[in-house]
Design a protein. Structure first.
Lengths: 172, 399, 500
């Protein structure tokens, strides 16, 4: 049961855990960002926890909150059949959380995506660059203040309709 | 004959950079792989995805709950109904409602038909890229039989938009069961034919066996799921591990491979396809008459005859379309097994008319993230079958 | 002071008269149709019935006076059952009109049904619904759909109590009852569109807005009416660079919750006769080229030019123009352009049809001449804000304007200025009250940014001329004007028009 996982995190990282809940049966632990990597390392290595399966990593933008970006990690243990959601929040000034790509190889791309979409930086990531958007893209589109209709075209839009191609010469 | 020293035989080559894609004849889906070659051997590679990024999440955040459903079709467009099922199940979990038995069974049947389609087309594309054009035609023709049936039921050939929060858009057409049963011999005949052509084929085996190998540990760390994970020997299927809908009542096996190579992935897909047929057969037997849609006044659109003839129905329809319905605030993660693996929806609601966040955990994004490791050190030509067996679907990977 | 208990919780009445006053003040939901705090109590929609302990029947919250120790239930099963039944009754003969109804999206009937009823009709067929007149022309601006009417009589009470003439009435009884124009009258008065505004459903429709736009697609911004010197607070509803209507916004010091017909329709100040692009000698130019042309036109203008300020534009725009004219061009004579006076009445409308005469005059910093004297002035160059006025013959004319007029027709270089819906700034109304607002229509995101202020355009011209002058921060100057025009505090409460 995932209750055991929540208890385990609370025991090992007493000062790091801010809250936990089990809304809709999804066990969730909210932690401080500082020791995120250590907590995930513990979940990965510990026999009791054994979260060998990396599931998901993403971020959520809460523009009204002081700590605006919430990084959400889902982990799964196939051996024990339990799941856990780890959440941590960082402010907009310096949105940096420790990277977990050293623990799960799969987190590499997911962290790049979160960086691409939200501008959250992952400290210790080997290759933190954009993944879904192109390098020259300005801004982070999943932030709530990025307008949905905004266009950024690598090649500028044509102002005039393209000139009509010349008609084929008639057959003699 | 002169004797040459071994050293002289070795032709040293300058490292060469080759771009595979974004548009490459042997790559279905737009992806770019930059490979650094030394001779024919890949020394390092950089897999670049995102060419099909359409801002799925941004669109969802600006949409109402029901408006998201057509967007989900466009994720894995080879099996759209499975994406829809994942989304509506996530929202239903958030709402705390349970759909009717008939709706559940129909979701299972239609979902498994979509899975069959997906596996057919994945294996078809993979063998076509290896030069086996006949199996491709066989398999894609068979997929079309299923498309015809789904078109008849849902009204759309590819992008069905058939699932609804609280059930289905409407009931299936008459004679549905017979038509589904009539599909099985066609599908099985085709699979048998294709296997006869490929499974013992020297060329096919040379290019797939022991190519693109992945160990179970690597696969788990990369978040692999679905047939790709199972080909490495890990027995994990969301339908078995966390049964949803009526999967708990159905008996089916989870086929696993041993080697984690291209051949195992190919075989896993066909083995799963056979299990899907088993599931559909059982589910058809469970099908009983009944309603397919719950009465959710804040979310489900009322029946059309009510909308057109009574002001009560019209108002309800308008309020749901304009304001987007009511979903209690909260967050939920719902995992379902799609053709590519675990498709997870992480949805955050603030109680508004649409999702605050609608995250898709795309299975083939995780699968693709290991691509670089799979092809490094191998031959350039092996990229093609390896990429084919991963089943990267642009819509799902790039969203 | 009385204390009452609502849903088991104690509340001070705080001088409130009725139960509904208390619930509204404390944010307790009680649905209403016919209640309007500005009008008399009719209590005819029966939607606000609540349970009062000791009373044998449900009581209308809007009409029942509070007394000490009263116990009220607003969401008991009995009340909920009544609300659903009442809505079924109101909807019994309501036509299936949402798809063609302008009110859909802001209709109280829709909102209350979804919240308090959600039931199904027990009418056998929609063909059993009672047909009534779908298109009854009540006046020049208002068309009435009798089928949609729920007979709350807010429109009747508005005409009678606020305007003071008994213009509307109702006839027949029961199902057949409908709103008519009172005998010998017509709904032709300067506030007739307010009956559309008070109507909680789509029965009263504005001839102007009818079938023009679905309301949930409108972008609703807070702003002020720019139609006259009263400066009424309004919502500006727009979509895709078109202002569809203005709606009154609550402002107890000026317009309460009302707006005149001219104000509701003043979107035409944005929609019609617009200057959409820069031109030089009648030829369209892009923005940068136009700024260069303007700079070239003004060569040698120093000491020979006059400037025209405008009472149609914000104080900020006028300040920028006045600074530019005096500091860069050395203009000594400033003129003030204004729309001609019109009708006034005892409710809201001012005879002065300009939103900012006070602010523009103060922005000049000295005496201004009326623009009618401009034609006879001796000047080689005219720099004008707005399209009103005729320049002297032979003068070179640079115009910044949002709307076309005689001045723009005579312009050598014409640059577009933001309209009242596009600009941000401050108006000072006839009473000297500051009315500050932001842009109601944002420039399109992927368009090249339009000049969002006159100051921006003038700075561009200065840059093209190679002059160091820049407009700079206008806020202190506006604050100074506000202080000089400020009304004494005790005067504000007794102002005419505060309670129309």
């Amino acid at each position: 049961m995932s209750k055991k996982v929540v208890r385990g995190i609370r025991k090992g990282f007493k000062d790091e855990v801010l809250s936990d809940h089990a809304e809709h049966g999804d066990f969730t632990v909210v932690v401080k960002p500082g020791k995120l990597a250590d907590i995930v390392r513990y979940l990965h290595d510990d026999e009791e926890m054994c979260f060998e399966h990396f599931c998901d990593l993403t971020a959520v933008d809460w523009p009204d909150r002081e700590e605006r970006f919430e990084v959400v990690i889902h982990l799964h243990s196939i051996r024990h059949g339990h799941r856990i959601r780890i959440k941590t929040s960082v402010g907009a000034d310096d949105p940096t959380v420790p990277s977990i790509s050293g623990i799960y190889g799969g987190a590499n791309w997911f962290e790049r995506e979160a960086f691409d979409m939200y501008g959250v930086r992952f400290e210790g990531h080997p290759d933190l660059r954009r993944i879904l958007l192109w390098e020259e893209f300005e801004g982070h589109p999943l932030r709530k203040d990025y307008p949905k209709q905004k266009r950024q075209c690598p090649i500028p839009l044509r102002e005039q309709p393209p000139a009509q191609p010349e008609p084929f010469p008639e057959r003699p | 004959m002169e004797k040459y020293e071994e050293k002289e035989l070795y032709l040293s080559a300058e490292p060469m950079k080759v771009n595979l894609g974004p548009s490459h004849p042997a790559m279905h889906g737009t992806v770019r792989i930059v490979v650094g070659l030394e001779g024919e051997v890949i020394k390092h590679s950089d897999v670049q995805v995102g060419f099909l990024h359409r801002g799925f999440e941004k669109e969802c955040e600006a949409s109402t709950w029901n408006q998201v459903i057509p967007y989900t079709d466009r994720l894995n467009y080879a099996s759209p109904l499975l994406n829809e099922i994942g989304y509506v199940l996530a929202v239903e979990k958030l709402l705390g409602v349970d759909v009717t038995r008939r709706a559940k069974v129909l979701r299972v049947i239609l979902g498994e038909l979509s899975r069959i389609m997906d596996h057919l087309v994945c294996n078809a594309a993979m063998c076509m890229e290896l030069g086996a054009f006949t199996p491709f035609l066989y398999l894609v023709k068979t997929r079309d039989y299923i498309y015809l049936l789904l078109e008849k039921i849902t009204g759309q050939r590819v992008m069905h938009s058939y699932m609804r929060i609280g059930g289905l858009k409407y009931d299936v057409t008459e004679g549905f069961e017979e038509e589904v049963r009539a599909l099985f011999p066609k599908v099985m005949q085709c699979v048998v034919d294709v296997e006869a052509l490929l499974v013992k084929n020297r060329i096919f085996i040379d290019r797939t066996v022991n190519v693109g190998c992945v160990t179970a540990e690597q696969a788990l760390g990369h978040g692999w799921t679905g047939p790709c994970l199972r080909s490495t020997g890990v027995d994990y299927d969301v339908r078995k591990a966390e049964p949803y809908l009526v999967y708990g009542d159905l008996s089916f096996d989870v086929p696993v491979g041993t080697n984690g190579d291209n051949y195992d992935r190919f075989q896993c897909r066909f083995a799963e396809l056979r299990q899907s047929i088993r599931i559909v057969e059982q589910a058809l037997a469970m099908l009983e008459p009944g309603p397919v849609m719950l009465d959710l006044p804040d979310m489900g659109l009322p029946p059309k005859d009510e909308v057109y003839t009574s002001i009560e129905g019209t108002i309800r329809h308008f309020m749901i379309v304009m304001k987007g319905g009511v979903v209690p605030a909260g967050e939920v993660y719902m995992a379902t097994e799609t053709a590519n693996g675990e498709l997870g929806y992480y949805i955050v609601s603030t109680g508004g008319g649409g999702p605050h966040k609608c995250r898709v955990r795309p299975p083939c994004f995780a699968n693709m993230s290991a691509m670089s490791q799979m092809i490094d050190g191998g031959f350039l030509a092996d990229v093609i079958p390896t990429f084919g067996s991963i089943n990267m679907i642009g819509g799902e990977c790039d969203r | 002071m009385a204390k009452i208990k609502i849903n088991g919780k104690d509340y001070e009445t705080d001088g409130a008269r009725t139960i509904l006053d208390v619930t509204r003040k404390n944010g307790i939901e009680v649905p209403t149709f016919c209640y309007n705090p500005e009008l008399s109590i009719a209590a005819n929609c029966r939607m606000c019935l609540v349970e009062v302990k000791g009373a044998p029947k449900l009581m209308p919250a809007c009409q029942t006076d509070v007394r000490d120790g009263m116990e009220v239930l607003t969401a008991s099963p009995k009340v909920k059952e009544w609300q659903a039944q009442n809505l079924e009754f109101i909807l019994l003969h309501h036509p299936v009109d949402c798809p063609i109804c302008d009110q859909a999206g802001e209709c109280q009937l829709q909102e209350h049904y979804q919240k308090y009823d959600r039931g199904k009709t027990r009418l056998w067929s929609h063909e059993d619904k009672l047909p009534k007149s779908k298109r009854k022309v009540l006046g020049p601006h208002v068309i009435h759909d009798a089928e949609r009417c729920i007979l709350c009589t807010q429109c009747v009470r508005f005409c009678h109590e606020i305007w003071g003439e008994h213009l509307l009435d109702s006839q027949y009884r029961g199902d057949h009852r409908e709103i008519i124009v009172a005998h010998g009258q017509a709904l032709d008065f300067p506030y007739s569109l307010m009956v559309v505004d008070v109507c909680p459903v789509g029965a009263m429709t504005s001839r102007d807005f009818r079938f023009a736009k679905r309301v949930w697609m409108l972008h609703k911004a807070e702003g002020f009416c720019a139609g006259c010197a009263t400066g009424c607070a309004a919502y500006i509803d727009s979509d895709e660079d078109h202002v569809y209507r203005l709606r009154p916004r609550r402002d107890d010091a000026v317009n309460r919750v009302w707006l005149c017909d001219d104000g509701v329709l003043s979107g035409r100040l944005h929609n019609e006769d617009r200057v959409t692009g820069a031109t030089a000698a009648g030829k369209a130019l892009d923005e940068r080229a136009a700024l260069r042309e303007a700079a070239r036109l003004l060569e040698g203008a120093r000491g020979q030019s006059v400037a025209v300020l405008s009472a149609e534009y914000t104080t900020e725009d006028n300040l920028a123009m006045a600074r530019f004219a005096t500091e860069v061009l050395g203009a000594t004579d400033l003129y003030l352009a204004a729309r001609p006076d019109g009708e006034a009445d005892r409710l809201l409308r001012s005879a002065d049809k300009n939103p900012n005469r006070a602010g523009a005059t103060a922005a000049a910093g000295k005496a201004v001449k009326p623009v009618s004297e401009l034609a006879g002035a001796e000047a080689g160059f005219v720099v004008a804000l707005g399209g009103i006025g005729t320049p002297p013959a032979g003068a070179k004319v640079l115009v910044l304007s949002a709307r076309k007029g005689d001045m723009t027709a005579a312009a050598d270089v014409l640059l577009p200025a933001p309209t009242f819906a596009q600009c941000a700034g401050t108006y000072f109304n006839a009473k000297g009250m500051a009315r500050s607002f932001g842009p109601a229509i944002a420039p399109k995101i992927h368009e090249k940014p339009l000049p969002t202020s006159v100051a921006g355009v003038l700075d561009g011209i200065c840059a093209a001329m190679g002059v160091a002058h820049r407009t700079g921060d206008l806020a202190p100057a506006v604050a100074k004007i506000a202080a000089s025009l400020a009304v004494p505090a005790d005067d504000a409460s007794t102002k005419e028009g505060a309670k129309p």
